[in-house]
Design a protein around this ligand. Sequence first.
Ligand SMILES: [Zn+2]
Length: 94
Amino acid sequence: MKVPKEMEVYCPHCKKYTVHAVKTQKTSKKRSKLGHAERLHQDRLKGYHGFPVKVGGGKYKVNIQHTLLLTCAECKKSTLKNYPRLKILEISKE
Ligand SMILES: [Zn+2]
């Protein structure tokens, strides 16, 4: 699905409808390397306790949850907006 480059949505900072620039926001977090579970996982990859077995394995959700980063043209503050699950999200270049 194509998403327009600019959207006119409500800005909670200006308290009115203004033009917003649209960007995609990556929501996935990086694992910290010092966490307890991550240390156990690294031990397993080294060869202790056998090789880690995938749980489930099958990919049952095809569509991805997208989050848009909307930046207000007037106050330059940005808000996040959840978008419905889609396979591909494209921002049009016009
Ligand atoms: Zn604003």
